[in-house]
Design a protein. Structure first.
Length: 317
């Protein structure tokens, strides 16, 4: 693997490519340090556990600052997050940062069986439990880190105005994922306004973006495969539509329009990432009612309403 020298201070995020060998993450980390990267972000992986990989990288590198996360607050609780980042710092013999966020319904609900709800509140509650522990104080149940505090900052991956304002006023840094430069501008303005309102410093803003050197068709296919994973979390679909409009595409809010060229939401019936039929949406939730009889393989030619009460006109079984 060829090592490049970065022309300006940049951070590197380990990619989550689905078509690359898992061990390549270690090579990327070592090359990021050799190239002079300021920070190396290690988040959720589909192969390695993020905390375990960050600890291994901490042992095989010596200078690059490791940022563990963003990690999902509904997957790991505050105590396990504090233990993870302090372990990375101890094994690397240097400070390590921690970033927390919501992740996606696929990771939280489908992989880990946890409810993906009240995510903004969950992130804030976890942050407020983490803050004293990472400073050497006590957390939930009186728990205190046995290892030294990690010595780094606590950052938040933001979505929506409420969490963005909270992060601007309390966190050591803010993370935006999959945003175009044009989309970063309003967040930067929102962060600055919220920080000034609280009388605090201007928060550091990091944004994750894909970059490629002489990308070809395979690179674009690889990127598209990765982007699909971000269509489920709230807000990401709208960001991708905005990005398309910024590139000159026409927004289509009605895909039954005669001219379908453009970008927009496709009409579908999906709940929590799965397709939903009429039976699943309306019949299954009430199928145990005593006044409901389900007849299969029946053809109804009309439904007659009398005083707002429906009666079948004629059924053929």
């Amino acid at each position: 693997m060829t090592t490049l020298r970065l022309p300006m201070p940049l951070d590197v995020t380990l990619p989550f490519w689905f078509d690359r060998p898992a061990g390549e993450a270690i090579d990327i980390a070592m090359n990021a340090e050799a190239a002079g990267a300021d920070e190396l972000w290690v988040g959720e992986m589909t192969t390695w556990d993020g905390a375990a990989l960050a600890a291994a990288i901490a042992r095989t590198t010596s200078k690059v600052t490791i940022v563990l996360g963003p990690l999902a607050v509904k997957v790991r609780d505050a105590v396990s997050l504090a233990m993870a980042v302090s372990s990375v710092a101890a094994l690397g013999n240097r400070p390590a940062h921690l970033a927390i966020g919501a992740s996606s319904p696929v990771v939280v609900e489908q992989w880990h069986g946890r409810p993906y709800d009240r995510m903004g509140t969950a992130v804030i509650e976890c942050f407020e439990q983490l803050r004293p522990m990472l400073a050497g104080g006590r957390g939930p149940g009186g728990y205190r880190l046995r290892l030294d505090p990690p010595g780094g900052g606590l950052r938040i991956a933001v979505f929506g105005p409420r969490l963005t304002r909270y992060a601007a006023q309390h966190a050591d840094g803010v993370v935006l994922n999959m945003s175009t430069p044009e989309q970063v501008v309003p967040y930067r303005r929102m962060l600055d306004e919220a920080a000034a309102e609280a009388g605090g410093p201007r928060p550091v803003l990091a944004t994750w973006m894909m970059a490629g050197i002489d990308p070809g068709p395979r690179s674009f296919q690889q990127a598209a495969t990765q982007l699909v994973a971000y269509l489920h979390p709230p807000g990401y679909g709208e960001k991708m539509i905005e990005a398309g409009v910024q590139m000159g595409m026409t927004r289509r809010d009605e895909l039954n329009h005669p001219d379908l060229e453009g970008i927009g939401y496709y009409s579908h019936t999906i709940h929590k990432g799965r397709r939903v039929s009429s039976a699943k949406a309306f019949l299954h939730p009430v199928r145990r009612r005593r006044n409901l009889t389900v007849v299969t393989e029946a053809l109804v030619d009309r439904v007659v309403f009398t005083d707002k009460q429906a009666k079948i006109g004629r059924a053929h079984v």
